[in-house]
Design a protein around this ligand. Structure first.
Ligand SMILES: Nc1ncnc2c1ncn2[C@@H]1O[C@H](COP(=O)(O)OP(=O)(O)O)[C@@H](O)[C@H]1O
Ligand SMILES: [Mg+2]
Length: 240
């Protein structure tokens, strides 16, 4: 790593591996952000940071961890076998493709939906617009909408629009919808897949069931099955 990179991100040297530090440095030297500020969330696969740009606006930097516990254990048993030296690289490639897919999904979704605008990606790092005013907007689970019915129908409209664009979110829930000033924003498109994917039907069903479960808690009945049938019919019609 260059001295400059080491200097710039040295406070993170115990948090990220050297490869990730280099990737962060590359993206910041391309002016996508200047400094990482506070960590927002340590997720299952990624760490999410708020970052500041040179012109003092905010972006979100989503950093996929290259090592997961299971993988490390498995890897430790195989790393000394010279025939399997490329395993680490193969795992990395999957993560890079995962990041690229999330970027592409956001790019497509933003044509019709409220989603963060993707800004850049490189290797295991994705930079996107931060949804929120001076701080990131709350997740739906932490900020109950004032108009539950209106909020729910806005969400359903966006699920339909997404299907028309040829995508299913696949991980839709009160965790991955933000309540930004009473408007729903969809985030976390890493599992988003094509409506042609053999798993699309199952994902769409699950997304709608998750929504129904959340809204039921807030005394609003959303007929997951009816909405699924309607949207799935539209998807199939679009295929022919
Ligand atoms: N673009 C964004 N704007 C504001 N907050 C965000 C944004 N992206 C992520 N977050 C916050 O970080 C959390 C985790 O991000 P997410 O993409 O869902 O990662 P994970 O895959 O770990 O669930 C979100 O639930 C949300 O609170
Ligand atoms: Mg999430």
């Amino acid at each position: 790593m260059t001295n400059q990179a080491a200097e710039r991100f040295k406070i993170y040297k115990n948090v990220f591996d050297e490869f990730t530090l280099q990737t962060l440095f590359k993206l910041s030297s391309e002016d996508h952000f200047d400094e990482l500020l506070s960590p927002i969330m340590i997720g299952k696969e990624a760490n999410i940071f708020l970052a500041e740009t040179k012109d003092h606006s905010y972006v979100i930097v989503k950093i996929y961890r290259l090592a997961s516990c299971n993988f490390n254990k498995m890897y430790s048993y195989i790393r000394s076998d010279p025939r399997f030296m490329s395993l680490k690289n193969r795992k990395r490639l999957v993560i890079f493709r995962w990041v690229q897919r999330e970027y592409r999904n956001l790019l497509l979704a933003r044509e019709r939906l409220n989603v963060p605008t993707p800004i850049a990606f490189s290797n295991n790092v994705l930079v996107m617009e931060s949804i929120g005013d001076d701080r990131p907007a709350p997740q739906l689970k932490d900020q109950t909408p004032k108009d539950i019915k209106g909020f729910a129908s806005n969400i359903l409209k966006q699920v339909e629009d997404l299907a028309e664009l040829g995508l299913v979110h696949g991980d839709l829930s009160e965790f991955n919808i933000l309540n930004q000033n009473e408007k729903p924003y969809f985030i976390d498109f890493s599992q988003g897949t094509s409506t042609q994917d053999p798993n699309a039907e199952e994902y769409l069903k699950r997304d709608l069931e998750n929504l129904a479960r959340f809204f039921r808690k807030h005394k609003f009945e959303l007929d997951a099955n009816a909405h699924f049938e309607k949207i799935w019919k539209q998807i199939k019609r679009g295929r022919h």
